[in-house]
Design a protein around this ligand. Structure first.
Ligand SMILES: [Zn+2]
Length: 484
């Protein structure tokens, strides 16, 4: 696949140098598929997570966040099917010994998805199309499936009894019965988790896009399946347009929620939440609508238990392609039903005169991918200036303000530090007193700080400062008290 690596390389160079993210255990040569977030990356990540909380927990009265353990009981993954089915097809080069994701290299060679094909079908495709090792051109072995979960030993016990969770979702399902009681037995009930998930990927790639340890933000909504075509807040979204790519189509279409419901048979409860997913990107994160789409997955691509499945995809400029950053999954009673069976504890509830197992609508997002998508989307290269810069929206930027003393004498640093402390009590801010003002602007542009405040001699006289706007580079004088 032809792609221009320049911007990807440049972003990674800035990411490492400025503290967005870099290889984990770096002083020992790094660990494939693991990255550490530095101070700037962590600040941006926390901002995105905070925005996610506000948006998603605001969707319902009985929606709240919980924090289950990362290590979970083996039986959880018997019930969920992960022990049996959470596998990836792997193929080993007979010459150099490198492991590859079989579906990826076949997909790239043939220019189409082979997701869902069996081991023997994939092996056959490799033979028929003479697909060789992308690394050395050597002959590939047979395709084998490998389980992607990380097993772990507990205490001194020899047998594996637990696993690092491969998705946060299971933490919500195993807590359903208890939380349903705690939250006074109301539906729909939403349980949200922002946390780590662990997958032993065969070939982690594209920086923080496909890692072995990553952060998910997921909201599991438990609801009455008989009410899937009802939606209390339908009026608010019925004329709202969603950018959708349907199976079999090669172009996205803009359809209102009403059209999705009446013409495409999409349940209203699902369409409403699909709208809310899109709004998180367009209205909260300020991604342009043309960079986002909700892609419907075919039967072969989606998990068998997902009755409706649209991925959230963002166009990543540096990869020149859309990448999945999340999904909206109608998982029916697969999860609670499975845990009911394996645990022996019925997950049926008695609600409004009926006895049933609630269904689940999962709104799932990958925080690392969103962070990288933001870096790609708001990266401006050296457009209009001599240094690289990011045009992060204020809500995502690692700091809202940077404060500079013009010179390091004559009482200016003291005044600047006082102003910095005052601003920092209300906003995120950083202080920089070294090098020329031009160099300092460059440094803050490189991490996407929207506003830079310079304290100079006039500040001492009338309490005004220079405020420089990152995007326009224009400067205005303002009273410190006028800075919002
Ligand atoms: Zn090879």
């Amino acid at each position: 696949m032809a792609k221009n690596n320049t911007d990807e390389d440049k972003i990674y160079e800035i990411a490492k140098r400025k503290g967005f993210f870099y290889p984990s255990s770096e002083i020992y040569g790094g660990l494939t598929g693991f990255y550490d977030y530095g101070n700037i990356g962590t600040a941006i990540k926390r901002n995105i997570e905070g925005l996610w909380r506000t948006h998603y927990l605001g969707l319902g009265d009985s929606y709240c966040e919980i924090e289950p353990a990362n290590v979970m009981h083996e039986k959880v993954f018997v019930a969920s099917g992960h022990l049996k089915n959470f596998t990836d097809p792997s193929v080993r080069c007979t010459k150099c010994g490198a492991y590859h994701r079989a579906d990826h290299i076949i997909g790239e060679a043939l220019g189409k998805s082979v997701e869902g094909k069996s081991e023997s079908d994939m092996t056959l495709l490799i033979r028929q199309n003479n697909i060789v090792c992308p690394k050395c051109g050597g002959r590939l072995g047979d395709v084998k499936v490998l389980n992607m979960m990380f097993p772990t030993r507990l205490g001194a016990e020899e047998d594996t009894l637990a696993y690092l969770r491969p998705e946060t979702a299971q933490g919500d399902y195993v807590n359903f019965l208890r939380q349903f009681n705690i939250l006074r037995s109301r539906l729909p009930m939403g349980l949200a988790i922002i946390g780590k998930a662990f997958r032993n990927e065969i070939s982690p790639r594209q920086l923080i896009i496909r890692q072995r340890e990553f952060t998910q933000a997921e909201l599991q909504i438990f609801f009455d399946p008989e009410k899937i075509n009802e939606c209390e807040l339908w009026e608010a979204v019925k004329d709202y347009q969603i950018r959708v790519l349907f199976v079999g189509d090669d172009k996205e279409v803009m359809l209102t929620c009403e059209e999705l419901a009446s013409k495409r048979g999409m349940p209203k409860f699902y369409a409403y939440h699909l709208a809310k997913q899109q709004q998180f990107f367009t209205e909260v994160l300020k991604f342009p609508i043309e960079k986002i789409r909700m892609r419907e997955l075919s039967k072969e691509e989606r998990a068998f238990y997902n009755k409706i499945h649209f991925d959230v995809e963002v166009y990543i400029d540096v990869f020149k392609e859309f990448r999945e950053v999340g999904g909206t999954h109608y998982r029916t009673d697969h999860d609670l039903g499975g845990h009911g069976k394996i645990s022996g504890k019925s997950h049926e509830i008695f609600y409004e005169g009926r006895r049933f197992v609630p269904h689940v609508l999962e709104l799932s997002l990958g925080i690392d991918r969103i962070l990288f998508a933001s870096m790609s989307l708001f990266y401006r290269g050296t457009e209009g200036r001599e240094w690289d810069w990011f045009a992060f929206p204020e809500s995502i930027a690692p700091f809202k303000y940077a404060v500079f003393p013009l010179v390091n004498k004559d009482g200016i640093p003291e005044a600047a530090e006082k102003i910095y402390k005052e601003i920092k009590s209300r906003h995120t801010a950083t202080y920089d007193s070294s090098g020329s003002i031009g160099r300092r602007y460059a440094r803050t542009d490189e991490i996407g700080v929207p506003f830079a405040i310079t304290v100079d001699y006039q500040t001492l006289e009338d309490g005004t400062v220079t405020v420089r706007d990152r995007d326009t580079m224009s400067q205005v004088r303002r009273k410190v008290s006028e800075i919002k």
